[in-house]
Design a protein around this ligand. Sequence first.
Ligand code: DQA
Length: 159
Amino acid sequence: MASRRSAKVARARRILILNGPNLNLLGRREPEQYGPQTLREIEEQLRSYAGSRGAEIRFVQSNHEGALIDAIQNAVGWADAMVVNPAALTHTSVGLRDAILAADIPAVEVHLSNIYRREQFRHQSLIADVAVGQITGFGAFSYLLGIQAALHLLEKESS
Ligand code: DQA
């Protein structure tokens, strides 16, 4: 007779990737700053990398603070971790910061450009101290590093 104790089946790790305002313009927006790749191209690369690591991603971009906050709230119970490029909201949004805190989902903050090599107002991140860590300045590769960091974190947690 089969045991009544159900075997724990490991499911794929789930990662929310969140992109803030103007990142939909990647590829034609200040390419010297943000690189030549479109957000769609970055998404495809991340999907394929996540797949190769047995992980699942949900990819969201919005120009609206409230929609990003909704996406974080909707990820509760689904996402194991999130990789967040809050774009300009990095420097201004208490709402996004509070949403990350409330969700209690480990977050990795990423930026394409190195925000510390740019204007003074970009040096402050309202997200940095509620994130597990920050990756900044590696172009589209920052996202890949972000997923790696998130998976590393989850592996460490479960070991
Ligand atoms: C950014 C840096 C932000 O300062 C800027 O407002 C962005 C993009 C980055 O990925 O380098 O929109 O988050």
